[in-house]
Write a protein that binds this ligand. Structure first.
Ligand code: PEP
Ligand code: MN
Length: 457
């Protein structure tokens, strides 16, 4: 038995649960498919396809999250708001991996602890929406719900939920995973050469000097260790990388909920670390029902309207036996609300002695629209929410164990501010997100540096 299985001791199987029991509950945010027979055919095709991850990896991550709960490591989770089928390309995948590796290097160096790297990718294709439909010039069509459901173009055919898109999402996720695994196995993450991970920005950014200095000092440390050990230091060329997505489209998730020969219980094998979005977190809803039965480490988004009592009840349903590594709470309050809304939740969890990993998502509470219709976020608000989160946890005697970010390795202009001072006028230059605005590579790096600065205060 591997270490992960031994130390994460089996807890009792959830009662009255099976991979389809969510179907008895109210399921919000699911599309209505027109053709039941076509849907059934697709789901049976999916059930026969190989999974994307293994139970061994899932349990290894669960152990790392248990370690993060004790402050032994920090979780960095990041990627697109919504992946798109078109952006499943070599450049986009490798640039996103590079920026996540660079950020983790900054964090490891500055925080002096290991970083658990989790991508918001290889399955982040389904989106919750605030409205079911959209009306433009008197025409009403279903909302775009992510490439796994329909297409963004405002035309009836594009917006029709198409079950075949689930098969394509699985294939695109598998291609993404395959490329990420191959890059890492091939030495892409080799610590002896962090300079290879550079994106073009390094030459131009106001943060370049700080980053270059860090790379040099890591290079020195590695050479020093190699000298001491007579030439070889193990494990410098490999990192673990895990995947996550919002497990929103339950028929898809159900198809990859499987039993495996060597581990008890049920696993969602479409991703390592699924989360429940804020809009589908009702305690008696289908999503909470589905999540309570899988053995993966799981996360729950917690927004400003959640009361301490509601939170403690959902914690009880999702982790009744207080299993280590099981539950992550991702708070996303907004810079303007965190100081008021977060402390009562931290107190409630601490008072009950419940084991959770607290992660801050400083993106989703800080979304706003510009006068000319762009959805954007101000870098200053993102930074403020993160800094306030560290302060709130310090005051409550709890620990902020991770950050959850929407970012890309591309040079987009979707969030304003940051070292280069992007303004609303810049937004139209390179706005590519189909849903929420992401940090570009430079802004993402800046967030990592901000976390380090805050930590070392
Ligand atoms: C998201 O993570 O893209 C999202 C929709 O977040 P939330 O559920 O927190 O609003
Ligand atoms: Mn989003």
């Amino acid at each position: 038995m591997p270490t992960a299985e031994r130390s994460l001791h089996p807890v009792n199987l959830p009662e009255n649960w099976n991979p389809t029991s969510w179907r008895e509950r109210t399921a919000l945010q699911l599309p209505t498919y027109g053709d039941a027979e076509e849907l059934a055919g697709v789901l049976s095709e999916l059930r026969a396809l190989p999974p994307l991850v293994t139970s061994w990896e899932i349990l290894a991550l669960k152990q790392q999250i248990a370690d993060a709960q004790e402050g032994k490591c920090f979780v960095l989770q990041g990627g697109d708001c919504a992946e798109t089928f078109d952006a499943c390309s070599s450049d986009v995948i490798s640039n996103r991996l590079k920026v996540l590796l660079q950020m983790s290097l900054v964090l490891v160096h500055g925080m002096r602890k290991p970083v658990v790297r989790v991508g918001r990718f290889a399955g982040q294709y389904a989106k919750p929406r605030s409205a079911d439909s959209e009306t433009i010039d008197g025409v009403t069509l279903p909302s775009y719900r992510g490439d796994m459901v329909n297409a963004p173009l405002f035309e009836a055919a594009a917006r029709r939920p198409d079950p075949r898109r689930m098969v394509k999402a699985h294939a695109r996720s598998a291609m993404t995973m395959n490329f990420v695994r191959a890059l890492i196995d091939g030495g892409f993450a080799d610590l002896r050469h962090p300079e290879y991970w550079n994106l073009d920005w390094v030459g131009h950014s106001p943060l370049a000097a700080e980053y270059r200095h860090m790379v040099e000092s890591i290079g020195d440390a590695v050479r020093f260790m190699e000298t001491l050990s007579g030439g070889s230091v193990r494990n410098l060329d490999r990192v673990d990388f895990y995947t996550s997505h919002e497990a929103l489209l339950l028929p898809y998730e159900e198809s990859f909920t499987r039993q495996v020969p060597r581990h008890w219980g049920w696993f969602n094998l479409s991703t390592h670390y699924p989360w429940i979005g804020m809009r589908t977190a009702a305690i008696d809803g289908a999503h909470v029902e589905y999540f309570r039965g899988i053995r993966n480490p799981i996360a729950l988004k917690v927004g400003p309207s959640v009361t301490p009592d509601q939170l403690m009840r959902v914690v009880d349903v999702l982790n009744p036996q207080d299993e280590p590594g099981r539950l992550t709470l991702i708070h996303r309050m907004g810079a303007a609300h965190i100081a008021e809304k977060l402390p009562p939740l931290l107190d409630a969890v601490r008072r009950d002695g419940r084991r959770v990993l607290w992660v801050c998502d400083p993106m989703h509470g800080n979304t706003e629209a510009t006068a000319n219709g762009y959805k954007t976020r101000k870098f200053a608000n993102i930074g403020d929410e993160l800094e306030l989160a560290f302060d709130m946890h310090a005051a409550a005697g709890t620990r902020l164990g991770g950050a959850h970010l929407e970012l890309t390795g591309e040079d987009v202009t979707e969030c304003t501010g940051g070292a280069r001072g992007l303004t609303e006028v810049d937004l139209e230059r390179a706005y590519h997100s189909t849903v929420d605005p992401r940090l570009n590579y430079e802004q993402a790096l800046e967030v990592a540096m901000l976390i380090v600065r805050k930590q070392s205060q």
